[in-house]
Design a protein around this ligand. Structure first.
Ligand code: TA6
Length: 280
């Protein structure tokens, strides 16, 4: 199968002092890379697969219409393994930001798995050191449907063992490493020193992630993504992922903004909008 790999690379000089490089793959509208001051904020596995079939183990895969194991179809749904359309851009807006809009509408394949009509719109805005993503889900059919959705962010870190994530203290979470049991988080700052797979419900609108590539701190702001998932396979689970290189678990943390604990219900014609803003 011919490896068909179209890369939209917008090399942008935004302002006088910052240049950043963005790469988005049409497969899943997967943002592969977001470089600020020459260093990537996102993680791309050395062993990621680019065959336009498998999900790409990099950047920001989009989970829709189902986060997690799905009896009707692929884990995390079909959005990240569908070919999206570039509707607008890449171009610069009036503020000098780089923008692009991708979309995905239902097709025979998706309706085989999930018999609903929808349009996903994914708008990207890249500023000097900020990256805003707006995900819209519109019910374009005649039947009400439920879905869960999530931005499965892979952040590149200097060393997972020195990463901290704020904002979870006092929250209940589902620990998928302990038979999906529910616990209450006691720590003010999360650290990762083992296999972690935690689904925190009703998280605050912002998290601070320290230890990002180049000794940097990332601020995550969320609107209408009420939940946050934190995942790292650690050494123990990494062998389960052939598209992860040796010891690469040390170089990323997944802090994922989602609406996953309770599904979203959309009546015909209704639209869901959620926003994630990442700022260094
Ligand atoms: O978001 C965490 C998670 O649901 C983990 O359970 C793990 O499965 C991870 O996603 C990666 O899933 P993937 O299907 O991309 O290999």
């Amino acid at each position: 199968r011919i490896r068909f790999y179209i890369l939209i690379t917008a090399l942008l000089y935004v302002g006088s002092t910052f240049s950043q490089k963005v790469q988005v793959h049409f497969h899943g509208a997967t943002v592969l890379s977001w470089k600020v001051a020459g260093k990537d904020v996102l993680f791309q596995s050395r062993e990621a697969i680019y065959d336009n079939q498998a999900p790409i183990r990099a950047g920001i895969p989009i989970a829709f219409p189902h986060f997690g194991q799905w009896e009707a179809g692929p884990t995390h749904g079909f959005a990240r393994t569908s070919r999206w359309t570039l509707e607008e851009g890449p171009q610069k807006d009036s503020n000098g930001n780089a923008t692009a809009v991708y979309s995905l509408v239902d097709n025979e394949e998706t309706r085989q798995l999930w018999n609903h009509k929808f349009k996903l719109t994914y708008a990207l805005v890249f500023g000097d050191t900020a990256f805003k993503t707006t995900l819209k889900v519109k019910n374009t059919g005649e039947s009400t449907f439920n879905f869960t959705t999530l931005l499965h962010n892979y952040f590149r870190v200097d060393d997972i063992r020195s990463v901290t994530v704020s904002g979870m203290q006092g929250l209940e979470y589902i620990d998928k490493t302990r038979d999906f049991q529910r616990f209450t988080e006691s720590r003010e700052l999360l650290t990762v020193g083992e296999f972690v797979d935690s689904v925190y419900g009703n998280t605050p609108s912002s998290h601070i992630i320290k230890g990002i590539n180049g000794g940097r701190t990332l601020h995550m702001e969320k609107e209408n993504f009420p939940d946050t998932v934190v995942w790292n396979p650690w050494e123990t689970m990494s062998p389960n992922f052939p598209d992860l290189g040796n010891e690469e678990y040390l170089s990323f943390v997944c802090v994922e903004a989602g609406h996953v604990v309770t599904p979203v219900t959309l009546m015909p014609g209704e639209e869901f909008t959620a926003v994630q803003t990442l700022t260094l």
